[in-house]
Design a protein around this ligand. Structure first.
Ligand code: B12
Length: 214
């Protein structure tokens, strides 16, 4: 890792908001690579999370870190945009939301943004979305893919209940379902009954491409 990368991570973990945004902007102007900047932010968030677990950081630090990351995302996003097509010409529709009980949305928003600039129509239901709201939205928007985001361990149960409810409503065969956020892995995939999972926003795009082209 370069000294500049280290500085950015340290500024985020040190909650030096202005410095972090300035470093991200400078790096973007010098080297581009917006996705790498987001990856560095994710690494910084992992350190913030560990400090929280170890009792060194508290809720205000989580809030502050979330705000810094939102600001950096806003700076980075225009550098990713590549002229997406009009809604009618898009590859497929993705229904996206953070599952019931969970309000983490920074990662979800990055996923939504990356899908949008890669020509997918995104219908974002926001955070703390109940299974009922997912079902209503599937009936209304007829998406090709349902994307469930969640960061808390508790969210895995919500993902499972959402997928079960979709099946009970007779809609399971109409959609592909992907999950992601935090610690989602093969075991969680099996537990929830989703079709696939992704570790980052690009893997969400790749999964949707794979399904849309199949
Ligand atoms: C910022 C933050 C918050 C902010 C969130 C602000 C916001 N608007 O999102 C606030 C302060 C609100 C918050 C609250 C809480 N938090 Co919090 N939070 C974090 C923190 C530090 C960063 C999360 C983040 O934004 N990461 C950066 C983003 C970019 O990464 P990402 O979400 O993983 O997203 C990428 C991928 O996961 C993927 N992805 C995401 N979604 C999807 C979906 C699909 C389909 C796919 C394919 C991919 C995909 O693509 C994204 C982009 O590449 C994490 C620690 C960490 N390790 O990250 C803790 C963390 C998630 N929080 C935690 C906790 C405990 C809480 C609270 C319960 C604290 C409390 N006692 O109140 C509350 C929960 C409130 C609730 N009901 O949801 C724990 C969860 C522990 C657990 N296993 O359950 C963590 C891990 C901290 C810790 N180590 O203890 N938090």
């Amino acid at each position: 890792m370069s000294a500049e990368d280290r500085k950015l991570i340290d500024a985020i973990v040190g909650m030096r908001e202005q410095e972090a945004v300035e470093l991200a902007t400078a790096r973007l102007e010098a080297a581009g690579e917006p996705l790498e900047i987001l990856d560095l932010c994710k690494q910084a968030m992992d350190v913030v999370g560990r400090n929280f677990e170890e009792g060194e950081f508290f809720i205000p630090e989580l809030v502050m870190a979330g705000e810094i990351l939102s600001q950096i995302s806003a700076v980075v996003k225009p550098h990713i945009a590549v002229g997406a097509k009009a809604p009618g010409e898009r590859r497929a529709t993705v229904l996206l939301g953070t599952v019931h009980g969970d309000i983490h949305d920074i990662g979800k928003n990055i996923v939504g943004f990356m899908l949008d600039v890669n020509d997918f129509e995104v219908c974002d239901l926001g955070v703390d979305v109940t299974p009922e709201r997912f079902i209503e939205a599937i009936e209304r928007h007829a998406p090709d893919v349902v994307a469930l985001s969640g960061f808390l361990t508790l969210s895995f149960g919500s993902m499972k209940r959402t997928i079960e409810a979709i099946a009970e409503a007779g809609l399971r065969d109409d959609v592909k379902i992907m999950i992601g956020g935090g610690q989602v892995d093969e075991a969680i995939l099996e537990f929830t009954g989703a079709d696939s999972f992704g570790a980052n926003a690009m893997s969400a795009v790749n999964l949707c491409r794979q399904w849309a082209d199949a």
